[in-house]
Design a protein around this ligand. Structure first.
Ligand code: SF4
Length: 218
């Protein structure tokens, strides 16, 4: 008996499906000493399910238009196809170029009454307006991966402004949520490498200033 041909997938993409554990904004951060610039790019879906036939928890990046169209929310059963990311050094997601996005079963869960905050994330503009505080990376991993106010950003650092092509990369975690959140831990201050080995230390006042327009519970 002849082996049946493989099922044709969109441009070599792999199928995935599962329960949506949480949705966070996908934001890139560019640093140059004490200067920083954000790129509000889209969203990151944290899914517990199957990808390419293997059971796992993984992340899929989508654009703002896809989120606006599907209104994904935590607890939804969803599916799609996507490609493996090519550069893990620059990318927080496991998969990108997502397509054939489908809500298989809509979650009936009500919005969470305590952190982590689940549900449908707000528009990217809301994150920009709120501003963030640094978030301890271990706290992020243990408590905040599903929270709509958490974000793990790919960071690009220009060490020498006279040589902008030479960059360093890393990941940093931030919280856009209420300042009164009991799960919040700031962690150590962050150092940005500078010219001739002179780093810039981002002190607490930077976070205070970025979120000074919000009350403790906002
Ligand atoms: S610390 Fe921030 S990201 Fe973590 S649960 Fe609280 S509001 Fe969400």
């Amino acid at each position: 008996m002849q082996t049946p041909p493989p099922i044709a997938l969109s441009a070599g993409k792999i199928p995935w499906s599962g329960i949506l554990l949480g949705i966070q904004p996908r934001i890139d951060l560019s640093r140059s000493f004490d200067q920083r610039q954000h790129g509000y790019l889209g969203y990151l879906l944290l899914v517990d399910g199957e990808a390419a036939g293997a059971r796992r928890t993984f992340t899929v990046r989508i654009g703002p238009a896809a989120q606006a169209r599907h209104q994904f929310r935590s607890g939804d059963r969803i599916s799609g196809v996507a490609a493996h990311v090519e550069s893990r050094e620059r990318e927080v997601a496991d998969f990108y170029k997502a397509g054939e996005l489908t809500v298989v079963e809509r979650s009936t869960a009500t919005s969470s009454a305590s952190p982590p905050w689940l549900g449908t994330p707000p528009a990217l503009e809301v994150y920009r307006e709120r501003g963030h505080r640094r978030l301890d990376s271990r706290t992020y991993e243990h408590a905040c991966r599903t929270c709509q106010w958490g974000s793990r950003m790919a960071v690009e650092m220009v060490v020498d402004p006279w040589n902008p092509g030479a960059v360093k990369r890393r990941f940093e975690t931030f919280c856009y949520g209420p300042k009164s959140c009991p799960l919040y831990r700031a962690g150590a201050t962050r150092k940005v490498p500078g010219r001739e080995g002179m780093p810039y230390e981002e002190e607490d006042w930077v976070d205070d200033e970025a979120t000074s327009h919000r009350s403790e519970d906002d």
